[in-house]
Design a protein around this ligand. Structure first.
Ligand SMILES: [Fe+2]
Length: 189
């Protein structure tokens, strides 16, 4: 189950259809796919085979040329360094497309002067247009496994905004894994 929040507006949405509609208003596609094709611990190769129809359809929709499986867990080497790449506001020159297979995280969007956070979990699919300012952080279990699509075979390239906006938001996960309050620092002018 996903949770959409607008922290400044004290607004929280849990209804999937409403989440989908409100994200659509922000230019972000969100949907849910079934996870029953393969056991959750299947190899990346098996996962990509099992979802080949959806992967190919997504490629057609967005002009994506390649897809892979990213797997992040507490045993991932240099985990904190990797997470630090995700959790600062950035953009990409291509869409960011993810199908969450396991784990949970919070995806922040900074659009039209508003910040929205989306807590995403298994089954969630999101497609964020190129150029959208966003950042992402994991929940307490430090676990995420997802299929990713790319328009550029060179892969994931972030362009950091250095706005500091990300420092003002705590990654509050209310799902199965909760990350305690984030230590924030003041944003200098
Ligand atoms: Fe990103």
């Amino acid at each position: 189950m996903a949770v959409l929040r607008f922290p400044e507006e004290d607004c929280q949405v849990k209804d999937e259809a409403e989440i989908r509609a409100r994200l659509k208003d922000l230019g972000v596609d969100y949907e849910r796919w079934s996870l029953d094709r393969v056991p959750p611990d299947s190899s990346a190769e098996l996962v990509l085979k099992a979802y080949v129809a959806e992967i190919d359809e997504m490629k057609r929709r967005g002009g994506y040329v390649t897809a892979d499986v990213i797997d992040v867990n507490p045993e991932t080497p240099n985990l904190e360094t990797m997470l630090a790449r995700f959790d600062k506001e950035h953009t990409h020159d291509e869409d960011e497309v993810r199908f969450i297979l396991a784990g949970r995280g919070i995806f922040f969007l900074h659009i039209q002067g508003r910040v929205a956070s989306v807590e995403v979990g298994p089954g969630g699919v999101r497609r964020v247009p190129r150029g959208t300012t966003h950042w992402f952080t994991l929940c307490e279990d430090r676990r995420i496994r997802a299929i990713r699509w790319f328009q550029d075979t060179t892969g994931w390239t972030p362009h950091y905004t250095d706005s500091g906006v990300d420092k003002g938001y705590q990654p509050l996960c209310f799902g199965p894994a909760y990350l305690g309050p984030r230590v924030t620092t003041s944003i200098s002018a």
